[in-house]
Design a protein. Structure first.
Length: 231
């Protein structure tokens, strides 16, 4: 059991440790025994989400990738960072890319109140669609955490919706994202010379958070990492 002084500043220290890697703490929540699998089966009482805005982590990741020869390098790098945090803080790292499939989307909505854009990506009022989550850190103690917030949904005040008009595959609609139409386009000559080179044209057209737009190398990496849909 950690003492009160140690517990009270843990969130700030965890955020500082994550920022060494270009990440940051993105809110936390207390688990409810009657609602959360994490409490019922694993005994976790507090969760702190870890993510990034823009390409903040990219320089360190590129350095890591130069010497990593395996598959899924971003996931592998995330585990390296996660293991460091586990060792330093005595917590358990949970990841959105491996089983058991933790309810990251639910946690994000509970901590920041984010909602999906027409691109089916959670949009942030400052970062736009240029952000993500790499891990969550689970503690068996009830930590002192920032209060959950309900951030404004940027799409509500976006009149022109340029993401819809800019999609060359007509895959983006206000309340639906046609992933099959998107992937079919990416496999075409136009898609290979367009979105697959510059990044998703609809995402690039989003007017929110342009200063956080991923670097060209990062956009290329994410496009190359897309797995084909099952036939």
């Amino acid at each position: 059991m950690m003492d009160a002084d140690h517990q009270s500043d843990l969130y700030g220290r965890l955020d500082k440790a994550l920022r060494r890697h270009g990440l940051m703490a993105r809110g936390g929540l207390h688990m409810s025994e009657d609602a959360d699998l994490a409490v019922r089966e694993y005994g976790f009482r507090s969760i702190v989400l870890a993510g990034h805005a823009g390409s903040s982590f990219w320089p360190e990741f590129e350095t890591y990738r130069e010497t990593y020869g395996g598959a899924h390098p971003l996931d592998a790098w995330s585990r390296v960072v996660g293991q460091e945090i586990e060792s330093e803080f005595g917590c358990k790292a949970l990841y959105p890319f491996e089983k058991p499939w933790w309810p990251f989307q639910s946690w994000i909505k509970r901590t920041e109140g984010l909602k999906p854009s027409p691109l089916a990506i959670l949009i942030h009022p400052d970062f736009g669609p240029w952000h993500g989550y790499r891990a969550a850190f689970a503690f068996r103690e009830a930590l002192a955490l920032p209060a959950p917030v309900s951030l404004a949904h940027a799409c509500d005040s976006c009149v022109d919706k340029p993401c819809v008009a800019s999609c060359p595959a007509d895959a983006v609609a206000l309340h639906n994202f046609d992933i099959k139409a998107c992937r079919s386009h990416l496999a075409s000559d136009a898609g290979r010379s367009g979105c697959m080179v510059s990044g998703c044209l609809a995402r690039n057209a989003c007017p929110v958070g342009p200063q956080y737009r991923y670097t060209e190398a990062q956009r290329q990496f994410h496009m190359d990492a897309l797995e084909p849909l099952p036939s």
